[in-house]
Write a protein that binds this ligand. Structure first.
Ligand code: NSS
Length: 434
């Protein structure tokens, strides 16, 4: 009996009789020899169907079968250095073949398609090697994040998605109806994390977050995934140290475990190989100097736009921390620097090669009176924040945390132009299909 084998395990089963279940990716017709490229979700392998080796109906099926037909084949697995595939170098000498469904006119062909067409066919586009490679990197990024945090004393405590109030600002919320009361889709779990660290010390939440920003850029999604670690008894420096270790672990894990996928993406991995602690640290003021030298001066107090981040990140080979932003440019909960309250203990991490911000975070206000004052200054409804103020009244401690956007991180590691390819079914401005 042949053994069911997944293509990614092919190297382990050379010389054995195998059965592979998958779909036709491509085909070369050489008369009595049909070369089928078969994918099964874990890779692509060449299946060689020779007329003299298979029953006549199996050979006829191989001749007729079209792109994305579903099929099951059996044969001998061989090492063949010239065979294309992922990983290349293996082929199946087919002894039998059964087609479950003959497909004709699969809409996505090897020719070039426009992006709108591909996005309309996202449900099918995910089958192509490039999208396949990106999703496999994404899965590894997510797993590496969890592995690192789980093994460094962080407890996974998830935060609610339906929330009564804003976290980052009210203009970017998706509102819904909660039995007659307004409710909003969460834009960050941070405020809840600040409650749970006082119960568990170090935590992280990891889930989907929602931003109703009307931004049509290469970096914005309406729905994206964010991991948010939060730590009690931690200051801005502690926060940066955790960020650089976590990001390094994620990048090195992808380099080690997803080399085939990065090859499919034609990613030059040399910049990624340089990612290791310590990352350079510059202040907001120093960043303004860089922008001035680059001929893109910015008024002190303004937050960076994507072009500014690109200029700064291109100056460094590794991800770069920009810390101590102007207090007025950041959220109400940022701890002001005691000797210079016009700047706060905030930090963004900008990815190299022009990618820009992948993490935002910093140290939170721990004094209840200062927090109340800030809530007032920002015109936020005090009642909604009563529980958040309570946290500063019952055993307050210095604490810090950050949020890393999964999709921006995947875009950088994969070397993609646009964030829309980093999530299976992207929600962008003007698109919620499929
Ligand atoms: O708005 S952030 O900068 N920060 C927060 O939400 C904090 N409350 C996180 C925290 O300290 N716990 O967003 C953090 C990251 C940001 O650096 C991006 O990588 C990503 O979340 N992000 C996005 N990715 C894709 N699309 C959109 N619209 C988006 N907004 C933020």
């Amino acid at each position: 009996m042949p053994r069911d084998v997944r293509i990614e395990e092919a190297p382990k089963f050379v010389g054995e009789e195998v059965r592979i279940k998958g779909w036709l990716y491509g085909k070369v017709d050489k008369g009595k020899l049909q070369f089928l490229q078969v994918r099964d979700g874990t890779g692509i392998i060449q299946a060689v169907v020779f007329q003299n080796n298979v029953p006549p109906e199996a050979f006829e099926a191989a001749r007729q079968v079209g792109q994305e037909s579903s099929l099951i084949l059996e044969g001998t697995l061989k090492a063949e250095p010239r065979a294309p595939g992922i990983p290349g170098g293996y082929e199946v000498e087919v002894k039998d073949l059964k087609v479950l469904q003959f497909v004709q006119d699969y809409p996505i062909t090897p020719k070039e398609h426009g992006i709108e067409f591909l996005m309309d066919h996202r449900h099918l586009w995910l089958r192509s090697t490039r999208q396949w490679a990106i999703m496999r990197v994404r899965a590894t990024v997510i797993k590496a994040i969890r592995d690192w945090l789980d093994s460094h004393g962080f407890l996974n405590i998830d935060s609610p998605i339906l929330t009564p109030a804003a976290c980052e600002g009210t203009t970017t919320l998706f509102a819904t109806d909660y039995f007659g009361q307004p409710a909003y889709l969460s834009q960050s779990g941070q405020l809840y994390n600040e409650a749970t660290i006082m119960a568990f010390g170090k935590v992280y939440c990891f889930g989907p977050t929602f931003r109703a920003e009307k931004s049509r850029t290469r970096r914005h999604l309406m729905e994206f995934w964010m991991v948010e670690p939060e730590m009690a008894f931690a200051d801005l420096e502690d926060c940066m140290r955790v960020e650089e270790e976590l990001v390094t672990y994620v990048v090195q894990t992808v380099l080690r475990e997803r080399a085939n996928e990065l090859k499919v993406l034609e990613r030059d991995t040399s910049p990624l190989e340089k990612v290791e602690p310590p990352f350079p640290r510059i202040s907001y003021d120093e960043a303004l100097e860089i922008l001035k030298e680059a001929g893109e001066p910015l008024e002190w107090g303004e937050d960076f736009g994507a072009p500014h981040e690109t200029i700064i990140s291109l100056r460094f080979e590794k991800p770069v921390f920009v810390h101590h932003y102007p207090t007025k440019a950041k959220a109400f909960y940022m701890e002001p620097e005691p000797d210079r309250p016009e700047v706060c203990r905030s930090v963004d991490l900008l990815a190299p090669e022009g990618y820009g911000e992948i993490i935002g975070g910093g140290q939170r206000i721990s004094d209840p009176n200062l927090l109340e004052q800030r809530i007032k200054e920002h015109n936020l409804p005090r009642e909604a924040y009563q529980w958040y103020i309570d946290l500063r009244k019952f055993g307050t401690v210095p604490h810090s945390g950050f949020g890393l956007g999964v999709e921006r991180t995947v875009a950088w590691i994969c070397g993609l132009q646009h964030i829309r390819e980093t999530i299976p079914f992207p929600r962008t401005l003007g698109r919620i299909y499929p």
